[in-house]
Design a protein around this ligand. Structure first.
Ligand SMILES: NC(=O)c1ccc[n+]([C@@H]2O[C@H](COP(=O)([O-])OP(=O)(O)OC[C@H]3O[C@@H](n4cnc5c(N)ncnc54)[C@H](OP(=O)(O)O)[C@@H]3O)[C@@H](O)[C@H]2O)c1
Length: 266
């Protein structure tokens, strides 16, 4: 039997890309999945599309992770419908925008993404940990970025906030581990999603080349010579959420990058 049959799984940022593929996978495995994102139309469409594939429809929530009050309402709604009782959570959100000049980033933009990628994720973990402690089991997986290890030009907000988030995660993992609650990061390299297309377009524009030229240049620089698929991330997430396979892994990070990151550490 699948480790995820009847598991209670929450996936944030689940309307498209990596979050969507995670939700689809866990629904297929027979889990009770809740999905959330900020755009009501998109998240309902994701639910319909997943349900139509496997007959297991996820529950849908709308939350703007960049808005603290919206997150409070979300937690309230999760309490009413599910008593904040989840055993596995994918912490995910939309990536911050591209800025060619890092010193041009206004404070309001920093605050918005700090809320979304840092404070809201922490608030959700805080809300869900008590039930996990009671049950003495839990798995959190954060979707990070290769910029945490090797800062990506133009993505200063992502590089900085995700590094801070990983430091928080490592700190809190000490406190959660005695309760068999593990928290880890998956680090995507270049994964073919809508998000990557946006980054490609912005960077190609800055370099004055076409998107296709830029894509070829990037893919050539990756040891595996190709972009990854969202399913490649799902495999790592599923491993880190498995009860037995990853039981001794916490406060850690797994790169899924086709060899992209050129460093020994991190
Ligand atoms: N793809 C890559 O190569 C890559 C590489 C490194 C890191 N990452 C990071 O991994 C994460 C997922 O990437 P992806 O490629 O799957 O991106 P994506 O396709 O753009 O998906 C982002 C998801 O987050 C949701 N979202 C955006 N803003 C939100 C908000 N304020 N509140 C709640 N949900 C929000 C989006 O749905 P709504 O629009 O409905 O809210 C969507 O479901 C991103 O943070 C990205 O930066 C991706």
């Amino acid at each position: 039997m699948s480790d995820f049959k009847n598991a209670r799984i929450l996936v944030l940022g689940a309307s498209t890309g990596i979050g969507y593929e995670c939700a689809k996978h866990f629904c297929h495995q027979g889990a009770q999945v809740c999905i959330a994102s900020s755009n009501g139309e998109k998240i309902h469409a994701a639910c319909e599309s997943i349900g139509a594939m496997h007959g297991n429809f996820p529950s849908v929530f709308q939350v703007d992770l960049s808005d603290s009050q919206s997150v409070d309402r979300f937690i309230e709604a999760l309490n009413e419908s599910h008593h904040l009782d989840f055993d596995r959570v994918v912490l995910n959100a939309g990536g911050p925008p591209y800025y060619a000049d890092s010193l041009d980033i206004p404070e309001s933009i920093w605050l918005k993404h700090f809320q979304s990628l840092f404070l809201s994720q922490i608030k959700i973990v805080q809300a869900l940990v008590p039930k996990m402690k009671e049950r003495r089991f839990g798995r959190f997986v954060l979707i990070g970025s290769s910029g945490m290890t090797a800062p990506i030009p133009g993505l200063c907000i992502s590089n900085a906030i995700r590094s801070a988030m990983h430091a928080w995660l490592k700190s809190v993992s000490d406190e959660l581990s005695p309760f068999n609650i593990n928290i880890n990061t998956v680090i995507p390299g270049k994964i073919a999603t809508a998000r990557l297309e946006q980054i490609e377009a912005a960077t190609a524009d800055r370099l004055g080349i076409s998107k296709e030229q830029y894509r070829e240049k990037v893919q050539t620089s990756i040891p595996s010579k190709k972009y990854g698929r969202a399913e490649d991330i799902v495999n790592a997430v599923a491993f880190l959420m498995n009860k037995e396979a990853s039981s001794y892994i916490t406060g850690s990070a797994i790169r899924v990058d086709g060899g992209l990151i050129r460093s020994l550490q991190g």
